[in-house]
Design a protein around this ligand. Sequence first.
Ligand SMILES: CC(C)(COP(=O)(O)OP(=O)(O)OC[C@H]1O[C@@H](n2cnc3c(N)ncnc32)[C@H](O)[C@@H]1OP(=O)(O)O)[C@@H](O)C(=O)NCCC(=O)NCCS
Length: 331
Amino acid sequence: MHRSFIAGVGHYIPEKVVTNLDLEKIMDTSDEWIRERSGIVERHFVADDENNADMAEKATHKALDRAGLRVEDIDFIIYATLSPEYFFPGSGCILQEKLGLGTIGALDIRNQCSGFIYGLSVADQFIKTGVYKNILLVGSEVQSRGIDLTTRGRDVSVLFGDGAGVAIISRSENKDRGIITTKLHAEGKYIKELWCEDPGSVKNPRLSHELIDSISHWPYMNGRYVFKNAVTRFPEVIQETLKEAGLNKDDVDLVIPHQANMRITEAVRMRLELPEEKVYSNIHKYGNTTAASIPIAMSEAIEEGRIKAGSLVCLAAFGSGFTWASALIRW
Ligand SMILES: CC(C)(COP(=O)(O)OP(=O)(O)OC[C@H]1O[C@@H](n2cnc3c(N)ncnc32)[C@H](O)[C@@H]1OP(=O)(O)O)[C@@H](O)C(=O)NCCC(=O)NCCS
């Protein structure tokens, strides 16, 4: 069996900054409410002519540079997003064409905030078994076009932002580094606690004027219920991953949780009794970028020198589904 490791990470954040004060101008909210409840100060939204795979393409070039690889070295694409360009086909096909990657396979996965770790686990299996050598793993989201930016949708819409992060997962024969283990979970009985009901194939036809009037195309979130589950599942899955690897929390150099909410991150940190410097947070700048939040955070943590060769890094996520997941990586 081979070993897989993260050869390079890159991210792209769209230029347009939307502060809490900007949101105050378009809905009944306040900078104070958003900061207190979530830690978010600003987020970025795509430009009118910018789409999901455009961001992923830019992040890919950055990651390839850092990995010392060329576009043509990529032999498979895994694309995690809940905000693809089209109902079908997936964004992986769009990115494959943009990168000029001939006919290599492109797999889209739909696991929302846990999407990047689910994708990492799939990539890890393909690399370990020798099927592929360099997999491009993407987390990219255009949330700004799918949220209700009015007072009616404020409990959800103030939390989300756009951005992309990618990692190149490559084959290594060095047994001392790489992906140690991944753990994936889901609990489908909670689908309706955080979901976007329409348009979907339950309705016939899929799209109608009545449906739009009923506003079921905007995401719905039972915020308190999501919060309660997140603060339980994050520590649980981190401990599960550490236990399987025969390690404990004090061995970890950096935990990178999905950036859902500063209060969730803080609660998880306290439950695990970790010092502040061991838990990464950049939610104040970007809000919740769903599948993109972990690779964006990894990319920034590397730039800031908080992940170095030999660092033990733990990734963890929780989100719609509910789904949750964790990964342990020796850098
Ligand atoms: C969403 C969340 C921040 C709301 O915080 P909360 O403390 O539960 O607040 P509540 O829902 O009780 O709302 C309190 C009040 O603020 C109001 N409110 C909601 N959104 C608001 C906003 N953007 N601005 C101002 N007021 C707002 C509510 O209408 C409510 O008013 P009321 O008391 O008059 O009815 C919190 O539940 C949370 O963080 N949940 C997890 C969200 C998450 O991370 N989701 C993604 C997971 S991947």
